[in-house]
Design a protein around this ligand. Sequence first.
Ligand code: HEM
Length: 180
Amino acid sequence: MKLILVLIALISIALVMGFPEMTYSQRVFLGYLGTFYMFAFLLAYSLRKRIKKLRKSKFLPGKSLKESLELHILTGLLGPAIILVHTSLSFEGLAGTSAGLMLVVVMSGITGRYIFNKVRKMERMLKKNKDAGGVANGTVALNGIEKMRSLLGRWRSVHIPLTTLFFITVVLHILSVYYY
Ligand code: HEM
C-alpha cells in the first residue's frame, strides 16, 4: 500500500510538472489528491485509535493501529508535497494562509512523531527493566515517561486545534473556488 501511495503521488507530480504550464484541471486534480492523502488516512488512523471495534477492522487502510499511523505519517508528508505543486509556490489570500497552516501542521507532526517515539521507546525500556526485576531504575524511568507523556498530551492539545483550523481553511478555499 505504501509503495502504491508513493507511486501515485510521484507519477501525478511528474506528469503535471512535465507540461510547460499547469492546466486548470491538473491543478484541481492535484488539490483533491493532496487533500485526500492528508485527511482520508488521518481519519482512518483516528477512527482506529478512538473506536475499539475498529481497531482491527479490515475496511480501514493498514492492518493495525501502528500501520495506520505509519500510513498517516507517509500521506501527511506526500499530501503536502502534492499541495505545494498545486499552489505553484504562490502563497496569497485564503489559499496561501491555508498552505502556510499546512506547513505548520506538518512541522508540528514531525515534532509529535519525535515525542511519540520517545514515549514508546521509554515504555519498552521500562518493561524490559521490570521483566529483569529492576526497581530503583524503574522509578526514575517512570518519572521520565510521565514527563514525556504529559508533553505528548500538550502537543496533542496544540496539534489537533491547528489541524481543525487548517481543515476549515481548506473547506473555505474549496468553496471559494466554486462560488466566486
Ligand atoms: C497535513 C498533514 C498532517 C495533518 C493534517 C495531521 C493531523 C494529525 C491529527 C489531527 C492527529 C491526531 C489524531 C488523533 O489523535 O485522533 C495526528 C496524529 C499524529 N500525527 Fe499527524 N498530521 C499531519 C502530518 C504529520 C506528519 C508529517 C507526521 C510525522 C512526520 C505526523 C505525526 C503524527 C503522529 C506521530 C501522530 C500520533 C499522535 C498520537 O496518536 O498520540 N503527522 N496528526
